[in-house]
Design a protein around this ligand. Structure first.
Ligand code: 1OR
Ligand code: 1OR
Length: 314
């Protein structure tokens, strides 16, 4: 089947809410439904869907088992499905000027294959299974009917906010809107942990409402006298900074390829926009210089706070 390619920009206002469109349902066992729900619970593209739309997405998804070295997507092809990873490791390869490079990997979580379906473009990368794996696929038509339609709403909802995030000023409007297309929104309760120091990192955050506090673990003995019964290796968490609406966090581990350097907690109810590491790499390149300048300031602030930046090194 040759997929049809539509060059018209999508306009939600011209699209009737046509419930008579055929809903695709792939029947699943209870066990399959459970595994699918688990695989989809952190997928950012699904985070802004209404409950009913999300349920339709789950109905339409079907399981795909893959073998090592299998190409799930080939760069340049037309888009057929969007994929959510249940398990397996997948290399991301991008060919440029005849040279193919591995630019990243998915390790037992995440999703891929949304770009060709969202923008009617050829596949932008090749995705290859490194080990036997399991994926959940969503067909192009259902993706369009539910996800692309929802994206039009997302753009309306987040455009004004994204326009006033200082970090993103150096991006073109169209690039900021592409960010909105792939971002997810997460809410956190007072005191809830958003990032844990030492964890591996796979996403980046912008505060949309509320406040977060950044806490660093350091040895209790450093910088203050220790009582005799205190454990020598006891660690205490110290607040070092806060972020409010329009500010970002979680960039450090992505820029340095290291574990999370601090823990982050919600102060009161907080809502954050979340971007995965692949979208961060793909879209936030032009903002990296600003982030790096601010990261250099962390070290100065650390010295001002504790008299040494040694504790930051993990
Ligand atoms: P797609 O439908 O174009 C290939 O099919 C998929 O690979 C693509 O959607 C994304 O979901 C995923 N650039 C483009 N696509 C990427 C990238 C990527 N990473 C994953 N995909 N870059 C790598 C970022 C780490 C930028 C490379 C220059
Ligand atoms: P991350 O990916 O390492 C924790 O996850 C995030 O906390 C980190 O990215 C930054 O976005 C944010 N040192 C380390 N991380 C900080 C700091 C910081 N401030 C904010 N983050 N400072 C040095 C403190 C000892 C800043 C001091 C004001």
């Amino acid at each position: 089947m040759v997929p049809t390619v539509c060059a018209e920009p999508y306009n939600p206002d011209e699209d009737d809410d046509d419930d008579s469109e055929l809903k695709i349902v792939h029947p699943k066992t209870d066990q399959q439904r459970c595994r699918l729900q688990e695989a989809c619970k952190d997928i950012l593209l699904f985070k802004t869907l209404e409950k009913e739309q999300f349920s339709e997405v789950l109905d339409a998804m079907f399981e795909v088992l893959v073998k090592p070295n299998e190409h799930i997507i080939d760069q340049g092809d037309d888009g057929d499905n969007f994929y959510v990873i249940e398990r397996g490791v997948y290399d991301i390869q991008v060919e440029k000027d005849g040279v193919s490079r591995c630019v990243g990997k998915y390790d037992n979580k995440g999703s891929f294959g949304e770009l060709a379906l969202m923008y009617n473009t050829p596949r932008a990368a090749t995705i290859i299974a490194v080990q036997p794996g399991a994926l959940w696929a969503l067909d192009r038509e259902t993706f369009h009917r539910l996800i692309v339609k929802n994206n039009a709403k997302k753009r309306k909802m987040y455009e004004a906010f994204i326009e006033c995030v200082p970090l993103l000023k150096s991006l073109e409007l169209s690039e900021r809107m592409k960010m909105v297309d792939v971002l997810g929104a997460k809410t956190f309760k007072d005191g809830e942990q958003i990032i844990k120091q030492g964890d591996a990192a796979d996403c980046f955050y912008i505060v949309e409402s509320g406040v977060v506090k950044i806490m660093i673990k350091r040895k209790a003995k450093a910088g203050r006298p220790r009582s005799e019964d205190e454990d020598e290796d006891e660690e205490v968490e110290v607040e070092v900074s806060r972020c409010v609406r329009g500010q970002y966090f979680g960039e450090l581990a992505l820029v340095t390829n290291k574990p999370r350097a601090a823990s982050v907690y919600a102060v009161g109810g907080t809502k954050c926009l979340v971007i995965d590491v692949q979208a961060f790499e793909r879209l936030l390149g032009p903002c990296k210089e600003i982030m790096k300048r601010n990261i250099a300031l962390y070290h100065e602030q650390l010295v001002a706070l504790f008299g040494s930046s040694e504790d930051l090194k993990r």
